[in-house]
Design a protein around this ligand. Structure first.
Ligand code: PEP
Length: 253
């Protein structure tokens, strides 16, 4: 299935890393982006919530986009410690990651919760970056495509389109391990995700970006980003240092 070219997204997920001093890395990314040849790729950093507003402030007016790592499904209320999608938007972000496997594992987030968070992102005018991916056991049992389809069906709200949603395929066993699936395996899963999106959302599903995530680094980024239906990357460890992250961004251009 080929269509109009999709502008790739390279999104850095800092996870629970980064004190104020880490903003220097984001500043270096911001200051380098203009020299990298226009805006062929969208580049985003998702810092911890404590740095969200500051990072959004320093990125304002630059090509660097800013995202949060999670949001609550409610717009406001008695949810101590949580952050509403509207607050994320108010802090200056344009996107929010939902359903990251670490949230699914650490906080018991089920598909239906991820779906309500993605809906909250849409309600607030944010792009939802919806994460899915199989565990090692599921892959070894030959269940990868079944799991991925089940997660898509359960985690995606009905109003998905290329402007409000991004899918991040992140095999759990590849996150932070240095392991990556074979390129054939990545192509197979991304093709299945694309087929699901088109089946459910029609033409809109054709333009939704599908990111690969899991141990993306400068050494493997170019190969992964060249694969069919890989429309960018969600990068954890490789996004913490500007030098590494920019090398990954360059691989997308
Ligand atoms: C992630 O946190 O989404 C991720 C892919 O991590 P890493 O790149 O470190 O594997």
């Amino acid at each position: 299935m080929t269509n109009a070219p999709i502008r790739p997204l390279i999104a850095g997920n800092w996870k629970m890393n980064g004190l104020a001093a880490a903003l220097a890395e984001a500043t270096a990314v911001r200051d380098t982006l203009p020299s990298l040849g226009g805006n062929a790729a969208e580049v985003m950093i998702c810092p911890p919530a404590t740095l969200l507003a500051q990072l959004a402030g320093l990125a304002k007016g630059s090509p660097l986009a800013v995202g949060a790592q999670d949001c609550h499904w409610a717009a406001a209320g008695a949810h101590t410690g949580d952050i509403a999608a509207e607050m994320v938007k108010d802090a200056g972000a344009s996107a929010v990651i939902v359903g990251h496997s670490e949230r699914r594992a650490d906080h018991g987030e089920l598909d239906r919760i991820v779906r309500s968070k993605a809906s909250a992102a849409h309600r607030a005018g944010l792009t939802a970056i919806v994460c899915i991916g199989e565990t090692r056991g599921e892959r070894e049992a030959g269940l990868t495509l079944t799991v991925v389809r089940r997660q898509l069906a359960g985690s995606l709200p009905d109003a998905v389109d290329p402007t409000n949603s991004v899918i991040a395929y992140e095999p759990v066993w590849a996150i932070g391990t240095g392991l990556t699936p074979s390129t054939d395996d990545v192509v197979e899963v991304h093709a299945a995700i694309r087929a699901y999106l088109v089946e459910r959302f029609g033409a809109a599903g054709q333009g939704v970006r599908i990111l690969y995530g899991g141990s993306v680094k400068p050494a493997n980024a170019r190969e992964l980003l060249a694969l069919t239906d890989v429309n960018g990357a969600l990068v954890g460890g490789g996004s913490l240092r500007a030098e590494d992250f920019l090398a990954i961004v360059r691989a997308a251009l």
